[in-house]
Design a protein around this ligand. Structure first.
Ligand SMILES: Cc1ncc(COP(=O)(O)O)c(C=O)c1O
Length: 286
């Protein structure tokens, strides 16, 4: 079990990997990234993650390395780390240069892959659920730095999570400026009404989570009706069951919203069904 780093062509241990203090990823969050996990040693949804990375890079006019370079960097770092299961963080920054916001100051780019042993939420969190809080920090508007872009600029989400943590909760759920449910600080959110599964529409302004998309496909296979829409926070507060999704968590049940337990417990019956189907997907692949 080890942590190995790919940095601009070389694979080393974490202590040897150094970037410039002028790197724009460090100074401004001027970067894009993806987090991918392995299951049975296989990278889960690698293709979808690479596609999203290229979309994010295009949205901020950042020139990423070609796909072969990224695939080889990930594969070689994974092989070097030799973990049973790994957490993989792929980061591309606009590189370093003279200090200043102007992107034309950037020289080159920094390509980084961090591979660590995979640490999942605890068994108790999957069995008993987690507490979430609807926070005051708003999800940034799609007309500001579009939340659909997975950039390294996460301060807004960090502040949202801090608000939830101060209240003793596990994850923050943000609404947009109109008060519509958006997403977690590093997760998407689903909830149940009757026999239906509801999740905020991408048009609210949120990250198109790879796990969110998988869950939408699983729901279709299970014959569960899904609505992607514009919902107020009370819909989540009053839901009988709910869950979070993200690449590292998979499907994680929500036990409490703003300190109040959801009626059907965690995981509720529909959440448990989706969790089982997602576990099968992780075992067998698409
Ligand atoms: C803001 C935000 N929303 C949602 C997600 C979940 O996305 P995915 O399922 O692709 O990991 C993440 C993951 O980091 C995130 O940062």
């Amino acid at each position: 079990m080890s942590t190995r780093i790919y940095l601009n062509g070389s694979i080393t241990g974490p202590e040897e990997a150094k970037i410039s203090i002028f790197d724009r990823g460090f100074l401004y969050g001027d970067s894009v990234y993806e987090v991918i996990r392995t299951s049975k040693g296989r990278l889960v949804d690698l293709e979808r993650h690479l596609t999203r990375l290229y979309k994010s890079a295009a949205a901020i006019a950042l020139d990423p390395p070609d796909e072969d370079t990224l695939r080889a960097a990930i594969a070689n770092t994974l092989a070097s780390a030799d973990n049973t299961e790994s957490y993989v963080r792929l980061v591309v920054t606009r590189g370093s240069g003279e200090v200043g916001l102007d992107t034309s100051l950037a020289e080159g780019r920094t390509t980084l892959v961090i591979v660590k042993p995979l640490v999942l939420p605890t068994q108790a969190m999957y069995e008993d659920g987690v507490a979430v809080r609807l926070v005051n920090v708003q999800r940034t508007s799609a007309k500001a730095m579009d939340p659909a872009v997975k950039s390294g600029n996460y301060l807004n989400n960090i502040m949202a999570l801090s608000e939830a943590k101060r209240a003793g909760d596990y994850e923050a759920i943000m609404c947009d400026r109109d008060g519509l449910l958006a997403e977690g600080s590093s997760s998407n959110v689903f909830f149940v009404e009757g026999k239906r599964l509801l999740t905020p529409s991408l048009s609210v302004g949120l990250l198109a989570g790879i796990t969110r998309q998988r869950v939408l496909e699983i729901a279709q296979q299970l014959g569960v009706e899904v609505e992607q829409g514009h919902f107020g926070p009370e819909r989540l507060r009053e839901a009988p069951e709910a869950f979070l999704t993200s690449s590292i968590r998979g499907v994680l049940p929500i036990a409490r919203v703003d300190g109040v337990a959801l009626r059907l417990g965690a995981p509720g019956p529909l959440c448990a069904q989706v969790m089982r189907a997602y576990a099968t997907f992780l075992e067998e692949g698409p």
